[in-house]
Ligand binder design. Structure first.
Ligand code: ARG
Ligand code: ZN
Length: 874
């Protein structure tokens, strides 16, 4: 059943207050729900509509009177009460079984603790309710549970009462002073401990901050707490937004479908984004924690205070909040190259994951027009492309203009459930700008292609830059209209310096934002003394593919000189991509592989350029991912791509051996581990060097990896060394893997790394994965564990997943079906491993289609997986 955005109707009844009572029991939880409701003047409907899923209705009373079977209708998940009076008090009693809830949506049990996840539609798995984001109400929650097993009872807002009950039970009563949609409801009843702190807010108030974890993890909460404090300060300073509660809690759980959830005052997190210390967490884990803690905290304003009218508007809160967490991470690094490295990471994610999505069967606009299952639309398009769309406002309006737009947005919409259009209108009105055409970024799917051509006029000393745009067809959208695209441009002179830009006699600095709104436009720069190399789309100013016929010479020039670090990096990526594509063809054709000196010399230069920070050098030396290469080829041969990329890696390892060894030595980080940007950069470059040396099977490189594995005092270096050994199939790899497991057996997140490393190693075939699935530590019920082994094999081990006999795809089908019976949301994510099946070589395609059909042929399949596989086959 497809739901369409155009079919939106206002809710028939509004809810003013919600009083919930929980008698918590893993097998049989009783939920008492008392709602005060009134007819919505904006609706012609007179029927009360409530949703309920996988819960048992025990009692239903309207204005104090029990409703008889003929006074309401319960069809499937919809409960309707016709002809209800203007004002209503509804009392609903239901039963649920949290311990049987393997979908991890609604109220479930994780390692003996009660946890909830309500976004998007989990609240209806707890009680009957008009479970839609435009129904906002005030909640009071009474929790009752056994005190010994569940000493900690938490919900949204403020604790207003607590005490003992008979039979060793206790209670806690919570009140949330703010209006909220049901998807922001949360409760936790658990055996947990916390790190807490009082924190002074900008207006002088003090807030209590808590990070709740299981007992053994109290040594891993510091970084999350620090990140929370930094987030609060940052939102005050950058956007003037303050914490509006006296208490802010973070709870970590090992069983969680996604990364984290912004429930009002009670954020619930996957342990992956809370727990860290140097022994168990890598630099990337630390960075992930800072970003996700920030993200969930920032939702308090962008998501909670102002929420979404309907789920089609999801990017209203997600795109904006990702943008905010990206800016936060950038500001925390501070330096301009640090910021650029951060930006480069964002570009890589977009290209490796979002561009393929936008070109595949699940392509959808940032604001989708329809869906079958909303959980399938928590995507890189809604999140990351959505963040790029928000970033473009800032690029077009400037930082101050963007801030004005934000201020107006909150002035107009605080406490409301609104649409993406409302955000765009606030940006336009606050800046007196017409942003009508900008709407197409929300309504049209697909990655636009911007084609650039430059003509230099020797006589007039002028440059004419012609930009044209097009956008490929996507499902349901054969034709596209031009986008409003900010294209940041600079002109790099022969001496490597930026040429001051003059357009229409106006000085425009050294980087200017051109606004491409038509299908084709020409921009004329004057006073250009010599033919420059254009640096286009600086700082990746729009989520597009840029086409320009750069010569190797141009690219080498930009790679050495571009003042914009993102485009400097980009020039290196273009040099590498050209070679990777050619080598991929050579592998397929069986030709001899060769890598030119020009490329190696460019890499040598950047590797040894001490004026560049290590973090930037690491990014510059990192090759495009296999998925990025696949997107650029017409017929995908995964093995050829892998071999071509490996060939370049080992060539770099061989031919830059001395420089890599020197970089390895020069970028040690002795002393106490610290996850600051500079040390992270050093470790990244050092470990990249190690990886290249190991890829070349260099004896000294392998010996260094072994030594690093044995001696490192932090997980970043240990995991990097182990990864290098495993991927190089070094003789020491098996011993190291065993030692690693024995040492970290009790650390679930490290065991995940252990599985992941093997799952993504080209030496791990289907049979080996099946063996690993028999390991006592493996379970499909835990999403992190399933992702570490099964997802990584299907999505990060192309060589083995795409073996010609199709056994990888048969494995995929089996696992999607098994997982679907437990957890449809997670199963649907795995299902997407097959998205791009039509682009593979014909023999592989046939096997892939068969696997897709096998899954689609299953009668008992969730909507989640059904939507993904049927769209893939359509
Ligand atoms: N709103 C959460 C976040 O981005 C994500 C929750 C998504 N949950 C889901 N079941 N789809 O921070
Ligand atoms: Zn979010």
């Amino acid at each position: 059943l497809t739901i369409y955005r155009k079919d939106y109707t206002a809710p028939s009844y509004l809810v003013d207050t919600v009083e919930l009572g929980f008698d918590l029991d893993p097998a049989r939880t009783i939920v008492a729900n008392r709602l005060t409701m009134r007819r919505n003047p904006a609706s012609a409907q007179r029927e009360i509509e409530l949703y309920g899923e996988d819960i048992e209705l025990v009692a239903l009373r309207l204005n104090g009177k029990a409703l008889g079977k003929r006074e309401y209708r319960l069809d499937g998940n919809l409960l309707r009460i016709p002809n209800a009076p203007e004002e209503v008090t509804l009392e609903i009693e239901t039963l649920c079984a949290p311990e049987k809830n393997t979908a991890l949506s609604g109220l479930y049990v994780s390692n003996g603790n009660f946890i909830t996840q309500c976004e998007a539609e989990g609240f209806r798995r707890i009680t009957f309710f008009p479970d839609r984001p435009d129904v906002m109400a005030k909640y009071t929650v009474m929790l009752r549970a056994d005190k010994e097993r569940y000493p900690v009872l938490l919900s949204n807002g403020n604790l207003v009462d607590e005490g003992m009950l008979p039979d060793g039970r206790h209670y806690a009563k919570w009140e949330d002073p703010f209006l909220k949609p049901s998807y922001l409801f949360a409760l936790v009843a658990a055996k947990l401990v916390c790190q807490e702190e009082k924190f002074k807010l900008a207006d002088g108030r003090e807030a209590l901050l808590q990070v709740w974890v299981e007992e053994g993890n109290l040594d891993k909460t510091d970084y999350a707490m620090q990140s929370l404090k930094k987030s609060i300060r940052w939102d005050e300073e950058r956007f003037g937004l303050e914490l509006d509660l006296d208490r802010f809690m973070i709870v970590a759980t090992g069983d969680f479908n996604m990364g984290a959830m912004e429930n009002k005052g009670l954020n619930i997190f996957n342990t992956k984004y809370v727990l860290a210390n140097p022994r168990v967490a890598t630099d990337i884990d630390f960075q992930g924690i800072e970003a996700v803690v920030g993200h969930e905290y920032f939702h308090n304003w962008t998501g909670n205070r102002v929420t979404c009218r309907d789920w089609f508007q999801l990017s209203l809160k997600e795109g904006l909040t990702v943008f905010r967490d990206q800016e936060f991470s950038g500001d925390m690094i501070g330096t301009s190259t640090g910021r650029a490295v951060n930006r480069i990471d964002q570009v890589r994610t977009l290209r490796a994951a979002q561009f393929p999505e936008d070109a595949g069967p699940m392509a959808h606009p940032v604001r989708p027009d329809s869906f079958v299952e909303i959980n399938n639309f928590y995507t890189v398009t809604v999140y990351e492309k959505g963040a790029e769309v928000v970033r473009m406002y800032q690029t077009l309006l400037g930082r101050e203009g963007f801030r004005k737009g934000m201020d107006l947005y909150f002035e107009r919409h605080d406490g409301q459930a609104v649409e993406c259009d409302d955000f765009r209108r606030a940006m336009a009105d606050a800046n007196d700008r017409n942003l009508d055409q900008f709407e197409r970024w929300y309504s049209q799917a697909g990655t636009p292609v911007v084609r650039a051509q430059m003509r230099y006029d020797e006589q007039q000393h002028a440059v004419e830059l012609t930009l044209s745009q097009s956008c490929p067809a996507t499902p349901g959208q054969p034709e596209k209209l031009p986008f409003h695209i900010p294209v940041a441009v600079g002109l790099v002179g022969r001496d490597g310096r930026d040429i001051p830009l003059v357009i229409d006699d106006q000085e425009r600095g050294t980087t200017t934002v051109l606004e491409l709104t038509g299908a084709e436009q020409t921009f004329r720069f004057t006073s250009v003394p010599q033919q420059p190399v254009p640096s286009i789309l600086r700082d990746f100013s729009a989520p597009v593919v840029l086409e320009y016929d750069y010569s190797d010479e141009d690219l080498l020039h930009l790679f050495s000189h571009d003042s914009d670090p993102v485009n400097r990096w980009e020039a290196g990526q273009r040099l590498a991509m050209e070679r990777l594509l050619r080598l991929t063809e050579d592998v397929t054709a069986g030709s001899r592989l060769q890598l030119d000196d020009t490329f190696i010399e460019a890499m040598r230069k950047v590797l040894t350029d001490e004026s560049l920070g290590p973090a930037f050098r690491e990014q510059a030396l990192l090759l495009p991912t296999e998925s990025m290469i696949a997107e650029q080829t017409d017929v995908v041969h995964p093995l050829s791509i892998h071999m071509a990329r490996q060939f370049v890696r080992s060539s770099i390892g061989n031919r830059l051996r001395a420089e890599l060894l020197a970089a390895y030595d020069a970028n040690q980080t002795p002393g106490q581990y610290s996850p600051d940007a500079e040390s992270i950069g050093k470790r990244a470059l050092k470990n990249l060097a190690l990886g290249y040396l190991a890829a070349a099977s260099d004896d000294e490189g392998i010996a260094l990896a072994e030594r690093q594995f044995d001696e490192a005092d932090n997980m970043t270096d240990r995991a990097a060394a182990l990864g290098a050994l495993v991927h190089a199939r070094a003789p020491a790899a098996q011993r190291a893997l065993q030692g690693f497991y024995d040492e970290f057996e009790k650390e679930a997140l490290v065991v995940d790394k252990w599985f992941a490393m093997q799952a993504s190693s080209p030496s791990t075939d289907v049979a080996a994965v099946r063996e690993l699935m028999k390991h006592p530590a493996f379970t499909m019920k835990n999403p992190n564990r399933a992702r570490s082994l099964v997802f990584n094999f299907c999505m990060a081990n192309p060589v083995q997943f795409h073996v010609p006999d199709g056994s990888g795809y048969a494995f995929w089908a089996e696992q999607v079906m098994a997982l679907d019976a437990l957890n449809p949301q997670v199963a649907a994510r795995l299902a997407r491993a097959m998205d791009r099946w039509r682009r593979y070589a014909p023999a592989l395609q046939a096997h892939m289609k068969q696997a897709l059909k096998q899954v689609n042929g299953l009668k008992k399949l969730s909507n989640d997986v059904r939507e993904v596989v049927s769209k893939a086959l359509a």
